[in-house]
Design a protein around this ligand. Structure first.
Ligand code: NAD
Length: 365
């Protein structure tokens, strides 16, 4: 993979690679944009098949963070990092996390790390022993686990999808299928069950799936059935990205797709258009799953609890606006246009504040 060409095509500002000989840590930090401010984004720990896969993941995830922050009205840029695990099941250690923390520190606050798949609040606290540019821990750093806020935001986004499709905003007679009942999927299932929905679940980790069945009364899907082909009202992808493409979209029997996973569309343009052509309402992932970022970025930016909660409630209105703007086209593309307009407006405002607008309004005083 030609890294600079990829950076240019995605629009990245900086991509940094790191190897720590002592711990064996191999990691990449990708800063997509700092136009609106420093960039907060999770650290994903994953056993990638190739380095190219890791780079592709971090480039796409960090680009999505730029749009997520901007669409949420946060004065933050977009970045993400990945740790390439040497093998599936490799256990996280304090030494590895501290090496990652030292890597984060080299970016001097342009990048603020947090949790993503494979990284816990404990791991964030270990990283924070080496740098103050970490959110999402409970002791050394702060903010804690963002997943309850991500789940709440996704639930709010579902309400907008129901209204957009002309349905009653009432979950009591709905069936929702959730792929992945980990940190976010489980909490989303809990909210849906409390609101009266029937919830079908799958998870490759059987104990995790069992927990959703036993604690929440979800229904586990047997191996002979495919969640993506079930006739349900809402499909909620809450595992990994890239699961919606031509091969899966053609079989969908749901009216709405709204989940917490990042990068649900393999091809944001073509797959978004295919969903629209099939008349399936797609809640753009970076809007539906922004609750966790809003929580941690909000704390980082010094917002009050009330302001943060309000922003998570606003996810419903933002989803509704973007779905409306999409019309009969791709809501994924409409969401990117919505975010880019916010970035352009924020950049212009910053430029004006820096240069003085000359209108005598006092903005430069
Ligand atoms: P998690 O690791 O806690 O949960 C993911 C679950 O999906 C796990 O239980 C895993 O076993 C399961 N899974 C993996 N592949 C699967 C498959 N093919 N089929 C079924 N289940 C599968 O992660 P999470 O924090 O819940 O994050 C889930 C997704 O949401 C990720 O894409 C993440 O980037 C995104 N996200 C998370 C947050 C957050 O606050 N945690 C915020 C925004 C976006």
């Amino acid at each position: 993979m030609n890294v600079l060409a990829e950076m240019q095509s995605y629009g990245h500002e900086r991509v940094a690679f790191h190897h720590d000989a002592k711990t064996g840590l191999k990691a990449i930090i990708a800063i997509h944009s700092t136009v609106l401010g420093n960039a907060l984004g999770g650290t994903r720990r994953w056993a990638y098949a190739t380095e190219g896969d890791a780079l592709y993941d971090v480039l796409r995830l960090s680009e999505g963070m730029t749009y997520k922050a901007a669409a949420s009205g946060l004065q933050m840029g977009g970045a993400k990092s990945v740790i390439i695990m040497p093998a599936q099941g490799h256990q996280p250690t304090e030494a590895e996390a501290r090496a990652m923390g030292r890597f984060v520190e080299t970016l001097a606050g342009k990048y603020i790390a947090a949790e993503d798949v494979g990284v816990s609040p404990q791991y964030c606290d270990w990283m924070a022993l080496e740098t103050k540019h970490v959110m999402g821990g409970n002791t050394v750093s702060h903010g804690g686990d963002p997943s309850p806020f991500t789940a709440q935001g996704c639930f709010n986004s579902m309400k907008a999808c129901l209204a957009h499709t002309g349905r009653k905003v009432d979950f009591s007679n709905l069936t929702v299928a959730i792929q992945g009942v980990g940190a976010t999927g489980f909490r989303l299932a809990k909210l849906l069950r409390a609101a009266g929905a029937a919830v079908l679940v799958t998870d490759v980790h059987v104990p995790t799936m069992k927990r959703a069945v036993e604690e929440l009364g979800c229904v586990a899907l047997g191996n002979d059935r495919n969640l993506f082909e079930e006739k349900v009202d809402i499909l909620a992808p809450c595992a990994l990205g890239g699961i919606l493409d031509a091969s899966t979209i053609q079989h969908l029997k749901c009216e709405i797709v709204c989940g917490t996973a990042n990068n649900q569309l393999r091809d944001p343009v073509a797959d978004g258009e295919m969903l629209a052509r099939r008349g399936i309402c797609y809640a753009p992932d970076f809007i539906a799953n922004a609750g966790g970022l809003i929580r941690l970025a909000g704390l980082y930016l010094g917002m009050t609890e009330g302001e943060i909660d309000h922003k998570i409630v606003e996810i419903e209105a933002t989803t509704a606006t973007v779905l409306k703007q999409a019309g009969s086209g791709s809501s994924g593309a409409a969401a990117i246009a919505f975010a880019k307009a916010k970035i352009a407006a924020g950049a212009a405002k910053k430029q004006m504040a820096g240069a003085g607008c000359g209108s005598g309004c006092g903005c430069h005083s």
